[in-house]
Design a protein around this ligand. Structure first.
Ligand SMILES: *Cc1c(COP(=O)(O)O)cnc(C)c1O
Length: 376
């Protein structure tokens, strides 16, 4: 039996909830299920305002507009991330300034941020890799001292915390992803988390094509009109219904993933103690959501050989980001500040193992057996 790398989460109630949307002819955006999802996220993260979006990419674009990014502005981010972290700001004319990562968490190295700040810097965009929090106290302190905004790419961080605070709800804005590869999914989807209530009204307007339609629906004004720049970032309520079926049982999904993660960790500790591989590190301040289980091999050749060995055994394991500064668009549109001490080297060693809701202990055992076999 083949073991896939990812299986999208599915909860039975999704069928009923989607059927309800269809029966009630409520399938456009901002229907009852979108409201339930927004409220769930607000309640569980403590953010002042949450708005579901069509993707994490769009949520980040919305955040970039809310930060008033102008051509020539600079945004500090890791190079080891998904293209959307950079694109959201590039679309507004900004220059991504890439900073090296920490080898232990694969997150932006908070100690290397301050040196990359110039008079053009507007935003720091930390990415919480694998759902493990960045060193947010340090990042928030730097932002405060230099009068910068913080936009958290928390695509992978739903249900994770840093010092008890939900990832995505610490910076000025946070972006979640509900893509089918994430812990909670609506197929394609995302959300923006807004810390300051003053930003909420403008966010609603930009998300609704630059109109004050949301206010109109609440009966606060008697007609709606074009008041700002904007786009269309509302998902269909059917997508929200699919997502809500999972949010309702978020703890159950989280515990299931955590059990698989712990099982991998325990089984692979011997190989790590023998210094054949490295295991992920989770700082004491962080509670993670088991978004990902990765190991690090000696180098890229060993990693590619292990991917092949696992594939030959019907196990799909994959590598991850090619650092953005080495990609064609990254070279043209951004720059790397300082030395690339770890970004390239560590990304080449990293291998992601199958991880999804419903992964069975026997499957984890089989995968670990095959990894041990490779190193024997
Ligand atoms: C998945 C992901 C995104 C993009 O999410 P979409 O919802 O597909 O737009 C952005 N950043 C990171 C770090 C991601 O993992």
């Amino acid at each position: 039996m083949k073991i896939n790398f990812n299986v999208p989460p599915y909860i039975d109630t999704a069928m009923d909830y989607i059927a309800e949307c269809v029966r009630n002819q409520k399938i456009c955006g901002d229907g009852p299920y979108t409201k339930k999802c927004n409220e769930w996220i607000e309640k569980n993260t403590g953010t002042a305002k949450c708005l579901l979006a069509t993707s994490c990419t769009h949520a980040t674009e919305l955040a970039a507009i809310l930060c008033d990014i102008k051509p020539g502005d600079e945004v500090i981010m890791p190079s080891y991330t998904f293209v959307s972290t950079a694109n959201a700001f590039v679309l507004r004319g900004a220059v991504p300034v890439f900073v090296d990562i920490r080898p232990d968490t694969m997150n932006i190295d908070e100690k290397k941020i301050e040196d990359a700040i110039t008079p053009k810097t507007k935003v720091i965009a930390p990415v919480h890799y694998a759902g493990v929090g960045c060193e947010m106290d340090t990042i928030m302190d730097i932002a405060k001292r230099h009068n910068l905004k913080v936009v958290e790419d928390a695509a992978q961080g739903v249900m994770s915390t840093y010092k008890g605070k939900a990832l995505g709800a610490i910076g000025d804005f946070g972006a979640y992803s509900f893509h089918e590869t994430k812990n909670y999914s609506s197929g394609e989807g995302g959300a923006i988390l807004i810390k300051n209530p003053e930003d909420a009204e403008r966010a609603e307007i930009i998300r609704e094509k630059g109109t004050n339609r949301a206010k109109f629906f609440r009966g606060q004004i008697d007609k709606y009109t074009w008041v700002d720049m904007g786009s269309s970032y509302l998902p269909s309520d059917m997508n929200a219904a699919y997502l809500y079926s999972q949010l309702e049982v978020a703890d159950k999904i989280n515990e299931d993933r955590r059990a698989s993660w712990d099982h991998y960790y325990e089984r692979l500790t011997k190989l790590a103690n023998d210094e054949r591989i490295s295991l992920p590190y989770v700082p004491e301040e962080c509670v993670h959501n088991a978004h990902m289980f990765y190991i690090k091999c000696k180098d890229i050749d060993e990693r590619q050989a292990l991917i092949k060995h696992l594939a030959a055994n019907d196990i799909l394991a994959v590598f991850h980001y090619i650092p953005l500064h080495s990609a064609p668009a990254g070279k043209e549109l951004g720059r790397f500040h300082g030395a690339d001490e770890y970004t390239t080297k560590e990304s080449e060693r990293l291998l992601r193992l199958p991880m999804f809701y419903g992964l069975k202990p026997e499957q984890v055992d089989l995968i670990c057996d095959k990894i041990e076999e490779f190193y024997a």
